[in-house]
Design a protein around this ligand. Structure first.
Ligand code: AP5
Length: 228
């Protein structure tokens, strides 16, 4: 299955992408993680991206498109993938469609995580990430067993540079202005599935996503075997 996770910052896309990627054995490609890796490595792309990320703005399309396209074209994602945080503009969505078309396929399902502004602010202001392995926590909803220490590797937990309150509000504004149009775009393409992301039961959200993937897989298999 070729899947996109779409939604506002802090909607839970990364959390769910990691779980679903393991359960369905398909890679999780996060544009945010790839950009942060480039920033940490101090590459030319990273130096350019840092400026935008820290201000809560979108990194210019060309930079992000090059990183993601490279991943998709170079790797043989026969079993599928989960794209988390990409596309984020109509122009990115069109490049993705063209790239997949050239490879002889297309997206199967786009999950739109609908979440209130209040939840976004609560989730992002309480998020902590391991500086060592990148594991994701929340001081209230997903706490580590030892304060400030990662359960998985013992690394230190930090707040992301763009999770400061003023940057969170800017990211939300940018989302409404530049990304929300994608909901309509994918609705028109008939592949949008809305997920109620406001509930704090992470397992319940996972179950809803997995149920939808199962249904979509059954539909695809029926279509392939000519029974539809
Ligand atoms: P990116 O890293 O993609 O950030 P984002 O989209 O803003 O999303 P987040 O990672 O903040 O949130 P999430 O939805 O993954 O939530 P999470 O699961 O962590 O992008 C960062 C920046 O990079 C952008 O601002 C931009 O500058 C640049 N960028 C990236 N992609 C780009 C692109 N395509 N084009 C241009 N620029 C791009 O959850 C949040 C918190 O809530 C966590 O603490 C988690 O533990 C907790 N949580 C999760 N689910 C629940 C739940 N159900 N209930 C309670 N708490 C929960």
């Amino acid at each position: 299955m070729r899947i996109v996770f779409l939604g506002p910052p802090g909607a839970g896309k990364g959390t769910q992408a990691e779980i679903i990627s393991k359960k369905k054995k398909i890679p999780h490609i996060s544009s945010g993680n790839l950009l942060r890796e480039a920033v940490d490595a101090g590459t030319e792309t990273g130096i350019k991206a840092k400026y935008y990320i820290e201000k809560g703005l979108l990194v210019p399309d060309q930079i992000v498109v090059d990183i993601i396209k490279d991943r998709i074209v170079k790797n043989d994602f026969k079993a599928g993938f989960i794209l988390d945080g990409f596309p984020r503009t109509l122009s990115q969505a069109k490049v993705l469609d063209e790239t997949l078309k050239k490879l002889g396929n297309g997206l199967d399902i786009v999950f739109y995580f609908s979440v209130s502004k209040e939840s976004v602010v609560l989730r992002l202001s309480g998020r902590r990430m391991c500086v060592n392995c990148g594991a994701n926590y929340h001081i209230k909803y997903v706490p580590s067993s030892r304060d400030g220490i990662c359960d998985k590797c013992g690394g230190k937990l930090n707040q992301r540079a763009d999770d400061k309150s003023e940057t969170i509000l800017e990211r939300l504004k940018v989302y409404h202005e530049q990304t929300e149009d994608l909901i309509e775009y994918y609705k028109r393409n008939g592949i949008l599935k809305e997920i109620a992301g406001d509930i704090s039961n992470i397992e319940m959200i996972t179950k809803n996503i997995l149920d939808s993937i199962d249904l979509a897989e059954k539909r695809l298999n029926r279509a392939r075997s000519g029974l539809n």
